[in-house]
Design a protein around this ligand. Structure first.
Ligand code: C2E
Ligand code: CA
Ligand code: CA
Ligand code: CA
Length: 277
């Protein structure tokens, strides 16, 4: 048995080394990017369907590395969660987004709400609320203009502690929204217990609105469910007029998507959105 294992070891070792090297390189680069302020936030406008006005924006992380190119967050966020960088990234994103929102609201005399994505791992960390309070004090953001988006995945780690954390954040005036609704593993029972303010319907459902009749039924049911639970609804990934029409008809409150705007750099957002609000 020993010699077999020895062989396997030799067989797999080169690959493992390569994987290890890649992992280390990525970790080092991400760490550097964070330290040197190379990470960037882009902002995607959220539109209120009652007024057709921009009422807020979601902060989305961007990482460009000269060697690796543009790294999609869908890939490096899970990596950051695994290698333990996610909490530092979360703090960085929160500070940056709050400072930006406060500056925009001051300069343009607005009341836009900024939404920040927080990893379930981070929000479950001891001291999270204290950290958020610190950032609010430091950036002077009005907590009513801050929203935290957490994915449904975190429902798996549904605990009294997490509920308690969310309650504390809400009592500060922060809005809590449940991201990617419908794609995770949570049961409706969890939803009932989970003290959130907003449901974000995943793009997968929005995309199905047009070609399939059942798509409309799904959206309609999700919106009804949200309203029955006293939650507001954001639909994400709206790309087409026809999707928008159905969402409007069914009383969806807010939308985001390429139909209105892709996520924009600070400069782009300032020039093309704020000057027209
Ligand atoms: P998400 O939170 O569900 O964000 C929505 C994603 O959909 C964004 O991708 C956005 O650019 C994209 N999107 C928006 N409108 C449309 C549309 O009309 N059509 C299509 N096809 N896509 C649209 P992005 O920026 O690549 O982010 C991917 C995911 O990475 C996010 O999904 C979120 O889970 C994660 N992420 C991004 N930034 C952060 C961050 O600062 N912290 C954490 N923890 N996660 C982040
Ligand atoms: Ca999100
Ligand atoms: Ca989402
Ligand atoms: Ca997503």
């Amino acid at each position: 048995a020993k010699s077999t294992r020895g062989n396997q070891y030799r067989l797999y070792r080169p690959n493992m080394d390569e994987a290890n090297d890649k992992w280390l390189l990525l970790e080092t680069k991400l760490h550097q990017a964070l330290k040197k302020d190379i990470l960037e936030l882009h902002y995607q406008p959220k539109i209120d369907l009652k007024t057709d006005k921009v009422v807020g924006m979601e902060a989305l992380l961007r990482w460009y590395d000269p060697e690796l190119g543009q790294m999609p967050p869908d890939r490096f966020i899970p990596f950051a969660e695994e290698c333990g960088l996610i909490n530092d990234i979360g703090v960085w994103v929160l500070k940056k987004a709050c400072a930006q929102a406060r500056a925009w609201n001051q300069t343009y005399n607005l009341n836009l709400r900024v939404a920040v994505n927080i990893s379930p791992i981070h929000i479950s960390t001891f001291g999270f609320v204290k950290m958020v309070r610190g950032v609010i004090a430091e950036t002077k953001i009005d907590p009513h203009t801050l929203e935290i988006e957490i994915t449904e995945m975190s429902m798996l780690d549904y605990t009294e502690d997490l509920i308690n954390t969310i309650e504390q954040l809400r009592s500060l005036g922060i809005t809590i929204s449940l991201d990617d609704f419908g794609t995770g593993y949570s049961s409706l029972n969890y939803l009932k217990k989970f003290p959130v303010d907003v449901l974000k319907i995943d793009r997968a459902f929005v995309r199905d609105i047009v070609p399939e009749k059942s798509g409309i039924a799904m959206i309609s049911a999700m919106i009804s469910l949200a309203h029955a639970l006293n939650l507001q609804v954001v639909a994400e990934g709206v790309e087409e007029e026809a999707e928008l029409k159905v969402l409007r008809e069914h009383g969806c409150e807010f939308v985001q998507g390429y139909y209105f705007s892709k996520p924009l750099s600070v400069e782009e957002f300032t020039n093309s959105i704020l000057k027209n609000v």
